[in-house]
Design a protein around this ligand. Structure first.
Ligand code: HEM
Length: 396
């Protein structure tokens, strides 16, 4: 879906959206909660070797575990022992390969999509497709192509199998005022593509954002103290349990997530194609087919919209001050019909990881922690050059 447009995108989007309702996410939450226990155990054992941990790698393993559990319906074991040869880690690294050639393909696809497709270029290599094909057809077969009661995305997608097609509206309906419907055939390939999409769109984005949150909280002791207090109070209210309600119950923690996404939007630029000729209020004509690149990072770091933009100040996203944010100047999840479908899902692994970590530890920077980051220019998403090393100190 991420790389499609037109009717194909619209039908998939309409049929995937209900899978991200509060009810469905709440049903799935127990799978994330299991991963929070695994990260707690993993950290206990890691800290026996050293209390300085590279958090990008830690969060990549944890997020892989969450996504594997919810999207593929399997335990990936990425937080287990001897994980260097874990096939999920290898595939994750391949998807986010940051070679110059991949960087070139990303730019080419955004700027000249017709040339990209006429050269039959592909974003992902054949072995990635093969790995997921084998993995998921096994999962489908084990479940006999029916819901298993696990409430994960595989279950939700297998509901599509009850009919041979999924149906949705044509994109042209909005313009022509018609009500024409479009069908997409549901076969294994269709189901597998959706799982791979959710993995590719959800894994790196969520893992990197959570590492940036930890980095900023390690640098800003006052903010960390406030977060820890909010987390302690949460645990008191919920008898020490991590529950679905945690996602929206801690306003300061939420503000820290928002402020981190302002400083480090996962996609620095998003692209739209003009669907119909349109004249802006300034008189500028946008011709049909023109590609518009929206500079999210630039806007979020613009002093006009965010005073002292380099400063980490979660208060921008709290109470009355939040109302000062001008519409469309803050777009970490995009906006409009193509905005991120996984925004609410992403909060589950992020908040859960923070709850699990701050229950047991305070964090500090070390001499290896950079003061600021240069970003990897060839990566799909915003990624720091190098690791993020932080010191974990037991709270007990
Ligand atoms: C911190 C985490 C995340 C961030 C910052 C993020 C950000 C974004 C952004 C900026 C877009 C493009 C929106 C646009 O063009 O307007 C996007 C699209 C998308 N995201 Fe996310 N995302 C995150 C996590 C996730 C997760 C966990 C999932 C799925 C489980 C997901 C699934 C998708 C999909 C499927 C699209 C394509 C939507 C479409 O084309 O209709 N994302 N995301």
């Amino acid at each position: 879906m991420f790389f499609t447009g037109g009717d194909q995108w619209k039908v998939l989007r309409q049929n995937l959206s209900p899978m991200f309702s509060s009810k469905k996410l709440k049903n799935m939450f127990y799978l994330i909660e299991v991963c929070s226990k695994t990260i707690t155990e993993y950290m206990r054992s890691e800290i026996q070797h050293s209390n300085v941990i590279e958090v990008r790698s830690l969060l990549a393993k944890y997020t892989m575990d969450c996504i594997g559990n919810c999207v593929f319906g399997v335990n990936t074991g990425t937080l287990g022992k001897n994980t260097d040869n874990n096939p999920f880690t290898i595939m994750g690294n391949k998807i986010f390969d940051i070679s110059t050639y991949r960087g070139f393909k990303m730019v080419a696809r955004a700027m000249w999509p017709s040339i990209f497709y006429s050269l039959q270029l592909k974003m992902f290599s054949e072995d990635i497709n093969k790995f997921f094909h084998n993995l998921l057809t096994d999962v489908f077969k084990t479940r006999k192509y029916k819901e298993s009661g696990r409430h994960d995305f595989v279950d939700l997608l297998l509901c599509w199998k009850q009919k041979d097609f999924i149906v949705g509206d044509s994109v042209s309906n909005n313009i022509k005022g018609e009500k024409s419907q479009v069908q997409i055939k549901v076969d294994d390939e269709c189901l597998i593509s959706q799982c791979v999409l959710l993995f590719a769109a959800g894994y790196e984005t969520t893992a990197t954002t959570t590492s940036f949150i930890l980095y900023e909280l390690a640098k800003h002791k006052d903010a960390q103290i406030r977060v820890v207090k909010e987390i302690d109070e949460y645990y008191e209210r919920h008898e020490g349990k991590i529950e679905f309600e945690s996602i929206n119950e801690m306003p300061y923690l939420q503000a820290c997530i928002c402020e981190t996404l302002r400083l480090y939007p996962v996609l620095g630029v998003i692209t739209r194609e003009v669907f119909e000729d349109y004249t802006l209020p300034t008189g500028l004509l946008l011709e049909k087919g023109t590609r518009i690149h929206i500079p999210i990072y630039h806007n979020q770091m613009n002093t006009k919209y965010f005073p002292n933009p380099e400063e980490f100040r979660p208060e921008r996203f709290l109470g009355e001050e939040k109302k000062n944010i001008k519409p469309y100047t803050y777009l970490p999840f995009g906006e409009g019909p193509r905005m991120c479908i996984g925004m609410r899902f992403a909060k589950m692994p992020m908040v859960t990881a923070l709850l699990a970590i701050f229950k047991d530890y305070r964090i500090e920077t070390t001499e290896r922690t950079p003061k600021s980051f240069d970003f990897e220019p060839r990566a799909i998403s915003t990624q720091p050059l190098g690791g993020i090393y932080l010191k974990f100190l037991s709270r007990n």
